[in-house]
Design a protein around this ligand. Structure first.
Ligand code: FE2
Ligand code: FE2
Ligand code: FE2
Length: 167
């Protein structure tokens, strides 16, 4: 494999390790194992360092206009092609957990596509987005811009109190 392909594979592996370790940290935390949870979070941060270095080495971080364009393409592919086919197959196989997970992601990627498209338009007009609060639903990933989270998540039905604010 060419080094470019190796960087791509290594980036995917390090990125997955980061999210896996964060999930393991949550489980350790829930089990009352605070120091093991901390170790998982520390190693997860280190895997992010590796992932970002690999991504930069393969030229994956460009101008913010280019990055928004790439993000729009990625989100568009996910909600228009990838998740519809994954969802159909999961439903066909009667895999309920996968069906719910794909459904939530598909609905939210569509919103991400809208948010990024607006950001790109604004940036192309020479501006940053207007200052605003942004909330994320921890159940489905719904991403909402506004002074308050919605009373009820319109993707998964979670109450406002579940939403967390992104700084
Ligand atoms: Fe690593
Ligand atoms: Fe997304
Ligand atoms: Fe939600």
């Amino acid at each position: 494999m060419a080094t470019k392909d190796n960087l791509k594979a290594a980036f995917a592996g390090e990125s997955q390790a980061n999210r896996t370790y964060l999930a393991f940290a949550k489980k350790a935390e829930a089990d009352g194992l605070k120091q093991i949870a901390k170790l998982f979070r520390a190693v997860a941060e280190a895997e992010t360092v590796h992932a970002h270095a690999h991504l930069r080495a393969m030229g994956g971080v460009k101008t913010t206009v280019d990055n928004l364009q790439a993000a729009i393409e990625g989100e568009g592919y996910e909600f228009q092609e990838m998740y519809p086919s994954f969802l159909a197959q999961a439903e066909g196989e009667g895999d309920k957990a996968a069906t719910v997970s794909f459904k939530f992601a598909m609905a939210v990627e569509k919103l991400h596509h809208v948010l990024y498209t607006k950001a790109l338009e604004t940036l192309k007009a020479g501006k940053d987005l207007a200052s605003a609060r942004i909330w994320v639903c921890p159940i489905c990933g719904n991403t909402v811009v506004g002074e308050h989270p919605p009373e009820k998540c319109d993707v998964c039905g979670a109450p406002a109190s579940k939403f967390f604010e992104v700084s």
